[in-house]
Design a binder for this molecule. Sequence first.
Ligand code: SAM
Length: 306
Amino acid sequence: MKEISNQKGLNSIWTDSLTSNLYPDGNALVDHLRTVHKKHAGFTEACASSCRDETGRNSYEWLAELVPDNEDLRVLDLACGSGPLLKILFDRNKKLNLKGVDMCPEELALAKARLVNSGANLFQSKAQNLTVINDNSIDMVFCHWALTLMDPIAPVLKEVRRVLTSKGSFVALVDGPMNIAPGYTEVHDLIYSYVQEEIPSYGKIDLGDPRVRGSESLSKLVRKVFPKSKVVIETNVVSMEGPATQVAEIAAGFFYAAFVLKPEKRKLMIRSLSNLLAIFKKKTEAKRQGRFSMPISRLLVVPDIK
Ligand SMILES: C[S@@+](CC[C@H](N)C(=O)[O-])C[C@H]1O[C@@H](n2cnc3c(N)ncnc32)[C@H](O)[C@@H]1O
């Protein structure tokens, strides 16, 4: 135990606030996200690309299919990270004019390398203040798994409305209702139980604005900023299978909370998680296959043409 407590996990102004029983502000949130992404750039796509729905689509493809394959459109990927969605969009339709924005330089560097011949323009900027993008200049804004992290959220939605044309649409991938994916709540609770041994209030206080995590509260938030649009939220479940320990590593990599664990504690958590995810518990550890399922939601904000 002594060794465990001497090892370092991941520290930021946000985690320091939590351990001092203070409510972290927006700057603490930005510092935390930058700290995680600097150390683990590209981690989101490792999990999101591997998890697929019943028809074989991963969550990037579920968003990308909303883009017509042969139209000239100006598309912005908000919080594009390492650029997987932009790459799928480029491969799908060469006529798209692509832009990406993210606040983490390490993620943008990966995106730049991947999109080298795509003509995509990438900018470092916060989503709350998109000065690099002109008013009414974008036909579709996408945001894959990042809205949940943004606080304050209202300025982000207002910036999306400002940059979109009057016929433009906004599509975001956010967390789905936990209970629709078998075993997901147990995975969440297991990871958070380890994290809370180190930071008891992690979970009661989490990253981003909690209203983005519930379908009804998200809908309400969006309708306020887009009163004349149609707001639709669809749900889906994506899953992956493989050697249980590998599945546990990839699944844990998807939870920001897991990054604050010290290495030894993380190992213990991965072990429990791979037991939980094992499909046939009786097999030896090395031979166990695991399965992880994740709930996702697709938010669509489109002009209400009646
Ligand atoms: C979970 S990752 C998703 C990345 C990418 N969209 C994907 O799905 O692969 C979240 C991304 O949001 C970015 N991000 C979070 N808050 C942001 C903000 N307020 N402004 C700009 N980028 C932000 C982070 O830097 C990070 O790259």
